[in-house]
Design a protein around this ligand. Sequence first.
Ligand code: SAM
Length: 379
Amino acid sequence: MKHDIVVTCTFGLESVLKRELFSLGYRDLQIQDGRITFAADEAGIARANVFLRSADRVYVKLSEFDAYDFDQLFKGVRKINWQDMIPVDGIMHVKGRSRKSKLSSVPACQSVTKKAIVEKMRLSYGIDHFPENGTRFPIEIILEKNRAQVTLDTSGAALFKRGYRLHTGDAPLKETLAAGLVLLSGWKPGTPVIDPFCGAGTLLIEAAMIGRNIAPGINRNFLAMEWAFLDPDIWSKAKAEALSRMNHHKLELFGYDIDPHAIDSAGLNAKNADMDNAIHFARRDISEFQFSGESACVITNLPYGERIGDRDTLDELYRTFRNGLSPYVKFDKHIFTAHDHFQEIFGRADKKRKLYNGNIKCHFYSYFNQAKGRKESSP
Ligand SMILES: C[S@@+](CC[C@H](N)C(=O)[O-])C[C@H]1O[C@@H](n2cnc3c(N)ncnc32)[C@H](O)[C@@H]1O
């Protein structure tokens, strides 16, 4: 049976997520801000959860209909065959959102949605009381321009929780965003990667997993694994597929940071991810930046004002970094920051992409190997 699957991501990562879905074999993708919808069989639910690096969550879309008033909302939700998915003891947890819609009160929409679900369950099961002490079913009612969408969250814990990052430092990136930045950079294994402000090592650990083709969800569980209405084999098959795709490429990844605690955390996180044999971490101030290789790809996330550091010191840090990198004309350099006059310090980027880190507007600035000239990241 085909399902409409909705995957969400950080604003700005839609193109990366699109490429990821494309390489998993999915087509006819409907792309909106922060979300992509596509049709797939049940196996697609498991594959999306296990394989997607830049997605935040994977939902199944159960229905979509016009809802200009509560009556339409109630009837639309009641039409769904909830009894085919939710057992008698299932927890029906309803969340909601509303934008540019007549039904603007989110609590009221949630309450009407829940009532309609319970009514359908009562009619189907022939009972009045549901203990709600079993498996969770997180239901979302989204109203957008008077159109209602009802979805079920299959991921449970958000997908950035890969399970390896037990230690964090200052302003860590979410794993999903870090993976998205590496994919946007167009880096390919064979070229060394350097993160001179590596913090807890997230960018490099994600790069290592990309380089070795290790699925980000291989070692974790997903809420929908507990749902009896889905074939349990979809999960074991997706994980077996993930195992078969792994490689043992030799990688050269280097992480530096001024903070010794950050370096300790990065090392422990890399060990948890089983990537410690691919990444070399060392304590180093950016003023001592040097690299002996011919080519490299620098991908990094500098401190920026909103979260750490004071303005003048920060600008000085950026200048030191620029000066340190300037002899390495053959390197590709990718810098993620919210610094608002970054290009005045660093020069005009070959490519600039707007992205959000939580609700902080940031940019990903790319400067390509000057010996080769401007190039695009791979499609
Ligand atoms: C925004 S955080 C990086 C977070 C990292 N991407 C992660 O996901 O954990 C910036 C890092 O720059 C480091 N840093 C600050 N000044 C530095 C300097 N002069 N040299 C090297 N690292 C520095 C901080 O210790 C901090 O870990």
